[in-house]
Design a protein around this ligand. Structure first.
Ligand code: AMP
Length: 465
């Protein structure tokens, strides 16, 4: 028997026979690594992308462990969006085809409560839903999870991005502490990340079996390029040209002074790109806002001083540009290290003046590389870089009991936009930011302006282009 054959697993015959009819001949890597532990009842923390077969990885385990004689809810799958929840529910029903009468129910925001209440009254074995709506049902007392055996978090990283951590913690707290938890995430929760996914998973999982695709950290490659420019004007022109050539989805431009950060950001904005200056003059709340917009992909470029960028989580960007070599060589290395994370190719471009050529020699010596200035590349595509998302700001926040699920529900409800057009959601004390696909921003704004949120009109405005 091959090690990837499903028949190795302790699956009921009806499930096995059905896999054959679905054309699943062998387990995918995430299935062969997650299923044995999941079927034993262990917690699992798996890094898995869409298309890896993750739905069947948790779905088969959920179904194999169901007690069909009981009508209590035994499995709960939380998903970031209604679309994903619908897909997961459909996949579970297909996997369960040959099991008698397995009931899978979806509970998502943006859909009316009435039919959900009726379905809940009829009972279900597995509920698939979005965190906000599931939490609402728990609060209203229309959903009971006291008999839950398994909690699944699908696309956990995306749920965190959308601000669902509090809702998920709240839901988990209303399930038996002995439950099994299966957590799937496209990114691996780095231990180093403050709070974030790592802290979150620690609270929810008990001695999890870990399934991780190979750590590609060390394969990260960073290309360094150096260009000599004559003066200030040439420097700005060269930067624009490099941006059009490399077309990073995210980048940081380092400058020596605060004044430079403003001048450079203004120049890039005038050229139709989305850049913001990040420097020590900003108040804490402005810095926060800028980082939210950078992280949610509605601002492509941060133009920063080293001091302002210190300690900020702006790593893993596609490209780093230095206007001048940093005064200390270690600082240069630190700048460059902000790109090329997690196995991605990174680009670091440094623009130097004639007078700085000697610094290039120093860098070469220090790093044991022979760095030579290059001519600027020819640009074929001159359309300005456009950030994929736009940010809407709402004039209500946690203090107004506004939750991410409310925003998601309002955006994707009737006449709204699709769940996959909604990006990161960040709810602060008195305001909230939501990223939406730029092409859908007008519709999203109109929808939020028209609808009431939490029973009242909330001020909303678009804060990025
Ligand atoms: P997912 O990553 O869960 O979105 O699954 C991606 C696709 O792979 C879905 O269309 C599944 O039906 C399919 N799939 C999952 N597991 C297997 C398997 N072991 N063999 C063949 N197809 C599979």
């Amino acid at each position: 028997m091959s090690t990837t054959s499903f028949s190795r697993l302790a699956l009921p015959d009806a499930l096995l026979a059905n896999l054959d009819s679905l054309g699943y001949r062998a387990m995918t890597p995430v299935q062969s690594r997650a299923l044995p532990a999941a079927l034993e009842g262990r917690d699992v923390l798996a890094q898995a992308q869409t298309g890896s077969g993750k739905t069947a990885a948790f779905g088969l385990s959920l179904l194999a462990r169901l007690d069909l004689a009981s009508s209590r809810i035994q499995g709960l799958v939380l998903c970031p969006t209604r679309e994903l929840a619908d897909q997961v529910a459909e996949a579970l029903r297909a996997l369960a085809r040959r099991l008698a009468n397995v009931k899978v129910l979806t509970l998502c925001g943006g859909a009316p409560f009435g039919p959900q209440l009726a379905s809940l009254e009829h009972g279900a074995h597995i509920v698939v839903g979005t965190p906000g709506r599931v939490e609402d049902h728990l609060r209203r007392g229309t959903l009971h999870l006291g008999g839950l055996a398994t909690l699944v978090l699908d696309e956990a990283d995306r749920m965190l991005d959308m601000g669902f951590q509090a809702a998920i913690d709240d839901i988990a707290a209303q399930t038996p502490s002995r439950r099994q938890t299966l957590l799937f995430s496209a990114t691996y929760p780095a231990e180093a990340a403050e709070g974030g996914l790592a802290g979150f998973t620690r609270g929810l999982l008990h001695e999890p079996h870990i399934v991780r695709v190979e750590d590609t950290h060390n394969d990260a490659t960073i290309e360094q390029h150096f260009y000599v420019v004559a003066d200030e004007a040439a420097r700005l022109a060269a930067l624009r040209r490099l941006l059009l050539y490399y077309r990073p989805a995210s980048g940081v431009v380092f400058c020596h002074t605060k004044r430079d950060t403003h001048a450079v950001a203004d120049d890039l904005n005038a050229a139709g790109m989305q850049a913001l200056a990040l420097n020590g003059d900003l108040e804490q709340k402005d810095r926060e806002r800028i980082l939210v917009m950078f992280a949610n992909q509605s601002v492509t470029l941060l133009v920063a001083t080293d001091v302002a960028a210190r300690g900020l989580d702006i790593d893993g960007v596609d490209a780093v540009f230095s206007l001048g070599v940093a005064h200390e060589l270690d600082v240069h290395t630190h700048r460059v290290g902000r790109t090329g994370r997690a196995g991605k190719q990174g680009v670091a471009c440094t623009l130097i003046s004639e007078k700085e050529r000697f610094r290039l020699l120093q860098l070469s010596e220090q790093q044991g590389e022979e760095y030579e200035p290059e001519p600027l590349p020819e640009v074929a595509d001159t359309t300005p870089l456009a950030a994929p998302m736009a940010t809407l700001q709402l004039g209500a926040g946690k203090k107004d009991k506004l939750r991410p699920g409310d925003i998601l529900g309002a955006l994707t409800g009737d006449g709204g936009i699709a769940g996959d057009q909604v990006g990161k959601i960040k709810v602060l004390a008195r305001s909230a930011y939501v990223a939406v696909a730029r092409g859908a921003a007008r519709q999203a704004l109109a929808k939020l302006e028209r609808d009431r949120l939490k029973g009242r009109n909330v001020r909303v405005r678009r804060v990025t282009q």
